[in-house]
Design a protein around this ligand. Structure first.
Ligand SMILES: [Zn+2]
Length: 277
């Protein structure tokens, strides 16, 4: 916030979220100067179109993420391996309202619409996610670079598109110069709390990746690997959308293991099978 102007980081899921933000802005007597979107998941940008329409504030996002924000159908499409998805992948948690992006964010310290910020790359949970540092306030808006333990425990297998990048992002956080880290789905953490929660995130990713590796003791296709991992974590997936989100994380683990020389893939009888290397 800057006297009578505010820079918003992420918008929430939908029009209702946008209206709640507008109410807060009115109560605080501040004008919305610009909207920064950290990554193109519906729960982070779904309200952007409504906020932009009501305030005229420009929307800024990283490249790649911006393409999805402008074309939200890309998310259910990529979850369904590029094909036109079934209706179960088109609920508002996956398919948000589109919003035109006014400019692409570049990494580094800079001034955005009168606000001193640092745009910090944080890929892994989304392909080109960024965090937003506010150096003068000492706050880092960390989006979904890490999750609170309660969220990790609720979902069991969080959504990741790239495991090695996720781990690198987690490892980069303690070196940042901020005192407070605001997460997208829960509390803000000070430096002492941050270390503990990062360890929890790293441990969970390690557990999932080792369960994937263990499942490859015999050759398996991706749906069998998913079944093994979910069983190992005691999960009972109830919705197709959760199945496809989980499958993306399984794919990310398989590729991470392959790059590490611990997994290989082969085609046998028209089945694509993964096994330990
Ligand atoms: Zn997200």
């Amino acid at each position: 916030m800057d006297g009578a102007r505010a820079l918003l980081v992420d918008t929430g899921l939908d029009r209702d979220a946008a209206r709640r933000i507008l109410k807060q802005l009115t109560a605080l007597h501040v004008q919305l100067a610009a909207i920064v979107v950290t990554h193109a998941h519906a729960d982070h940008f779904g309200g952007a179109g409504e906020l932009k329409r009501r305030t005229g504030a420009p929307v800024l996002a990283p490249a790649f993420e911006a393409a999805v924000i402008e074309n939200p159908a890309l998310e259910p499409v990529y979850l369904f391996a590029g094909a036109q998805p079934p209706a179960e992948l088109e609920d508002k948690f996956i398919l948000a309202q589109p919003c035109a992006v006014d400019s692409l964010l570049q990494p580094g310290r800079q001034e955005l619409h009168g606000f001193a910020v640092e745009i910090i790359p944080a890929p892994g949970h989304a392909h080109n996610q960024v965090m937003v540092g506010a150096p003068q306030e000492g706050v880092c808006f960390a989006a979904d670079a890490f999750f609170p333990p309660s969220v990790l425990d609720k979902y069991g297998v969080p959504f990741y598109v790239e495991i090695d990048q996720t781990l690198a992002t987690l490892a980069s956080l303690p070196a940042l110069p901020y005192g407070l880290y605001a997460q997208g789905h829960g509390d803000a953490y000070d430096r002492s709390g941050l270390e503990q929660v990062l360890d929890y995130n790293i441990a969970r990713i390690g557990t999932i990746r080792e369960l994937v590796h263990a499942a490859l003791a015999t050759p398996r296709d991706d749906s069998q690997v998913l079944q093994q991992v979910a069983g190992g974590l005691g999960l009972h997936i109830q919705r197709p959308a959760i199945y496809y989100l989980t499958r993306t994380t399984i794919h990310a683990c398989l590729n991470s293991l392959r790059r590490a020389g611990r997994a290989e893939l082969s085609l046998v009888d028209n089945r694509l099978l993964w096994q330990q290397a």
